[in-house]
Design a protein around this ligand. Structure first.
Ligand code: NAD
Length: 435
């Protein structure tokens, strides 16, 4: 069987004494880590003071969430109002540094209200865990044997996953198949698990790790990976909305949006950026609610890749209005992870007010669809730079020292004089203040 060839390149470890600074770094107190970093990277007193600046997430709590913590890192915490989802009003918390995203989402949500807002569907909080088993004599035959023993294997898995019962979760199904990879044939055993209102990664991984030795015993093989898949095909959410042709700028605007969407359906290069725009909105909600945005990304992009199509679809209805739908796997929770530890995440959940995974997923999918509609509308009409540059100009003006009362006038001056840069902002400020 083909295996990966050993590399002929000679590799040697660099002898760098400065690495000794990092020895045991993880075990040190945050203040000690800061001092080491200051020495190694030449940080001054102000830099260290910034690392110690008190924010909503206490340093001592941050130190319990991940490793090698030296401080906390702030991002703008915004809210996108006007979301009407399944008849309920939401002000959606969003954490993102990119200009225009929050404005675009709330604007598209506001326009969708005329036709009743967003309607969502959810397949249930069903995650899938995988166990890879190597060194079985005949992987295909082993898969068939396990399929025959399905009920017995499931009974073991349910026993192992008994801890889920407290909140109504359970192991639901089992499937086995074989595959061939670069290191040989393998048996893949998959379990579906209802994780209710959690994202569920830790819970599923726990069950996979406990099931692995039992499956080794049954198959005589060697279990390797025991982990969930982020392509959660049994945890699918969809959101639909309708925008009147009038609110979008008329029939030509509807056609332009349909053409923009068709580009993403026809071309993978456009599709990548199309989905990036969708994830701008969804990631921002994931971050604001303490959810794992990398998991959300992995699921969405893998799903789009196997479909070979956009995760949104649009059509013009009989009235000439635009109907849109987004469909994707979405594993997000209202409990678990670092949600309780991070006060901002808890606050994000409180602002949103979703009571279940299903409700949260529905709102997030609605944000993704709103974001996509807003992107397609802007791209197919005025382009996105105008909006981006307006916000960019405000940022430059603030950095140049404009106070809140001066901001709008500085931005106006920079646009009128076509000098949207740091020097332009300084010039504008000098001129305004001299008057
Ligand atoms: P978790 O371990 O915190 O489990 C959820 C907890 O919530 C459980 O203790 C459960 O008892 C409790 N709970 C209370 N009420 C519940 C309800 N109604 N429904 C469900 N659970 C309820 O977290 P998790 O959700 O199992 O895992 C999420 C974490 O795993 C995230 O931090 C994520 O970043 C991380 N993670 C992700 C991956 C991946 O995506 N590939 C891999 C490993 C870990």
């Amino acid at each position: 069987m083909a295996t990966s060839k050993p590399s002929k390149e000679k590799r040697t470890a660099p002898s760098d004494d400065s690495l000794s600074a990092w020895s045991g770094f993880y075990k040190k107190h945050v203040f000690e880590r800061q001092q080491i970093l200051a020495r190694v990277r030449g940080l001054d007193e102000d830099d260290v003071a910034l690392l110690n600046k008190e924010g909503p997430l206490p340093l001592s709590t941050a130190d319990t969430i991940t490793e090698n913590v030296i401080g906390t890192f702030a991002l703008p915490f915004s809210v996108a109002p006007y979301f009407l989802v399944n008849g309920k009003e939401y002000a959606v918390p969003m954490v993102i540094e990119e200009p225009s995203v929050v404005a675009a989402a709330s604007n598209a949500a506001k326009m969708a209200r005329e036709k009743g807002g967003f309607i969502t569907k959810y397949s249930g909080s069903i995650m899938t865990g995988q166990i890879q088993i190597m060194k079985v004599a005949d992987a295909k035959a082993a898969a068939s044997k396990l399929t025959l023993e399905r009920e017995a294997v499931l009974a073991e898995a349910r026993e192992v996953g008994k801890f889920l019962e407290v909140f109504g979760g359970s192991v639901q199904g089992m499937a086995a198949r074989s595959a061939i990879g670069p290191t040989g044939p393998m048996l893949i055993v998959e379990f579906t698990v209802d994780v209710k209102d959690a994202m569920g990664a830790n819970m599923v991984n726990t069950i996979m790790e406990r099931m692995a030795p039992l499956l080794e015993k049954r198959t005589g093989g060697k279990a390797r990976l025991r982990i969930l898949t982020n392509l959660s095909m049994n945890r699918i959410v969809s959101a639909s909305a309708c925008w009147s042709a009038q609110s979008l700028g008329g029939e030509e605007a509807v056609d332009a949006i349909l053409d923009a969407w068709a580009f993403a359906m026809a071309d993978p290069f456009r599709r990548a950026t199309h989905h990036k725009g969708i994830m701008n909105g969804m990631d921002a909600v994931a971050l604001a609610t303490g959810n794992d945005w990398r998991a959300v990304e992995a699921g969405a992009h893998s799903y789009a890749a196997i479909k070979g199509a956009s995760i949104t679809t649009y059509r013009k209805n009989a009235d000439g209005d635009l109907e849109g739908t987004i469909t994707l796997p979405l594993a997000v929770g209202t409990v678990g992870g670092s949600m309780k530890a991070n006060p901002c995440a808890a606050l994000g959940q409180k602002i949103l007010g979703a009571k279940s995974s299903e409700e949260l997923a529905g709102v997030m999918a609605s944000v993704g669809l709103a974001q996509n509609l807003a992107d397609l509308k802007a791209l197919s009409t005025e382009g996105i730079q105008a909006g981006h540059m307006r916000l960019h100009a405000r940022h430059i003006a603030a950095v140049a020292g404009a106070n809140p009362q001066e901001l709008d006038r500085v931005v106006e001056w920079m646009s009128a004089n076509k000098k949207v840069d740091a020097n332009g902002a300084k010039e504008a400020l000098a001129e305004l203040r001299s008057k």
